[in-house]
Ligand binder design. Structure first.
Ligand SMILES: [Zn+2]
Length: 240
């Protein structure tokens, strides 16, 4: 939308929360209730998984879960724990095309992932399969990555990863089924291999659930010679 059209809309409509449509102070901002309903992740966290640690060890620490089943990335961070309000933001962006939620979501991600953003050479979103992209019109991870590029000034490539086949929706699948569903689903585009080889890539998605999708994508990037960090808006945390 152009600035003039946006201005006209601001003038006609009172600012509304992009999640719940309650009145709020300014356009694009969450209302106090939605903001306060979010469970922000803050240190101390596991350096590899980004999950909360029960106490502050004072030095970068790896949780037992990360040691038991090391992911193919170096560090993952998320802005919030996946809960009821976080789910509303994610679905507002994903299924209801409320693109204006992407900016505040990306701003929260930039805060949680400040260190990762500062260290990265390239920002890459998890792609949708083209058939699903066509049906839904836009990729929510691409939208978050676009705002993160803008906020950090770091470059990004949207077409570095190719989704080889449309995967079933992960909802309702257990961890093993999820891993099987996405195994080998990604590869690095042949003409992008030189861009990612030897570079530190920040892989962006909306939610880290079991991590099956992000693990499959990170593995593809690693095979192409990239060092991978992961930044998502929300993260499922057991017993949170
Ligand atoms: Zn709200």
């Amino acid at each position: 939308m152009g600035a003039a059209a946006s201005f006209a809309l601001d003038f006609l409509l009172p600012p509304a929360c992009p999640v719940c449509r309650a009145r709020c102070d300014r356009n694009g901002a969450l209302c106090a209730e939605c903001w306060n309903g979010l469970d922000f992740l803050t240190p101390p966290w596991c350096d590899v998984l980004g999950t909360p640690l029960p106490y502050d060890p004072g030095v970068p620490t790896i949780s037992p879960a990360a040691t038991a089943d090391p992911p193919p990335w170096q560090r993952a961070r998320a802005a919030v724990i996946y809960g009821e309000r976080a789910a509303r933001l994610v679905s507002a962006l994903k299924y209801r095309d409320r693109m204006e939620v992407a900016r505040p979501m990306a701003a929260m991600m930039a805060r949680a992932g400040a260190e990762l953003l500062a260290d990265c050479d390239l920002i890459i979103p998890i792609p949708l399969h083209y058939r699903r992209l066509w049906a839904r019109r836009f990729n929510q991870s691409g939208e978050l990555a676009r705002h993160l590029k803008h906020l950090s000034g770091k470059p990004g490539v949207n077409d570095a990863l190719i989704r080889l086949r449309p995967t079933r929706r992960q909802v309702g699948l257990n961890a093993t089924a999820r891993a099987r569903n996405v195994a080998g689903a990604f590869r690095v585009a042949p003409d992008r291999t030189a861009d990612v080889s030897g570079r530190r890539v920040l892989l962006v998605d909306d939610v880290l659930t079991t991590g099956a999708t992000l693990r499959a994508a990170a593995r593809a990037l690693r095979r192409a010679g990239a060092i991978v960090d992961v930044l998502t808006f929300a993260m499922v945390v057991e017993d949170a």
